[in-house]
Write a protein that binds this ligand. Structure first.
Ligand code: 13P
Length: 288
């Protein structure tokens, strides 16, 4: 199946009270692991690409070529969206040009008027091309590609202003943080989430920073309108741990254990397990 916009899968998720996972990709192994798991579990999936990861993978055209090639050669039949994560205005335009099926424009660091203006322009381009677009209001805490956000909660009125521009999905800051949560983390602000959902109605809401949020909070967030949950750090951690274990056990010194395909295999399997666990928790299994 060719790449699809995230609109239909997220509309269904919001109506059916489950969430579609966005898993960020960094290389061929991660992409393959995520696609194979989605296919095996019959789950829709969103592949997230940060601007930094896009650069690392030799640019957006390379990413589009790799993903399209895999969809065909791995016979992937579940809906897959290729989505720019936390895109700049220029980055979003470049991904639209390169063949992504979805983009996020993160204008949360602009004054609201400028965020509205730029989002409006990108919504028009995405509508014309049939792509989905995510916007952000209120910053997500932690670090994302070198940008440190304090994690302030979104203003529900501002969320409504951005949602009314016709975006497909909206990321609202509700105390969520990229990366690991600190010991003294106050938890998600369900009061904010509830207020945002009341103002934005059927708009699928996006929860960033999906790593390390307790299961009960994930379920409550889904019950309050979250239909897309982003996970990145947890895949990084499981990949690193499995690779470390392989090397520390000296397996790279046995036989042809140093062969990159063998060396990267445990990490790739670990990502599959992480993705499976998340899809089960988010309730997207069997929804393709
Ligand atoms: P984590 O790295 O905390 O899983 O967050 C991922 C994310 O929100 C990407 O936009």
């Amino acid at each position: 199946m060719a790449l699809v916009s995230a609109k239909e899968m997220l509309t269904k998720a919001k109506e059916g009270k489950y969430a579609v996972g966005q898993f960020n990709i960094n290389n061929l192994e991660w992409t393959k692991a995520i696609l194979l798991t989605a296919e095996e579990l019959r789950s829709p999936v969103i592949l997230g690409v940060s601007e930094g990861a896009g650069k690392y993978m030799c640019g957006y055209k390379t990413v589009v070529g790799m993903v399209n090639g895999m969809l065909e050669e791995l016979n992937i039949t579940v809906p897959v969206a290729l989505h720019l994560d936390h895109g700049s205005y220029e980055g979003a335009k470049a991904c639209i040009e390169a063949g992504f099926s979805s983009v996020m424009f993160d204008g949360s660091h602009y004054p609201i008027e400028e965020n509205v203006e730029k989002t409006k322009e990108l919504v028009a381009i995405c509508n014309e091309k049939g792509l989905s677009i995510e916007a952000e209001v209120g910053s997500i805490g932690g670090e994302e590609d070198g940008v440190i956000g304090a994690g302030e909660c979104a203003d529900p009125e501002e969320c409504k202003a951005i949602a009314d521009l016709g975006v497909t999905m909206l990321a609202a800051g509700i105390g969520n943080i990229h990366g690991k949560y600190p010991e003294n983390w106050a938890g998600l602000s369900f009061e904010t989430l509830d207020a945002v959902q009341q103002k934005t109605g059927s708009m699928p809401l996006v929860l960033h920073g999906g790593t390390g949020i307790p299961e009960d909070m994930i379920k409550k967030a889904i019950s309050l309108g979250v239909a897309k949950i982003n996970v990145n750090t947890e895949c990084q951690l499981s990949f690193a741990a499995a690779t470390r274990e392989y090397i520390e056990a000296g397996k790279d010194k046995e036989g042809k254990g140093f062969d990159p395909r063998k060396l990267l295999a445990p990490g790739t399997e670990a990502i599959k397990a992480t993705v499976k666990e998340k899809m089960e928790l988010f309730g997207s299994v069997g929804k393709a």
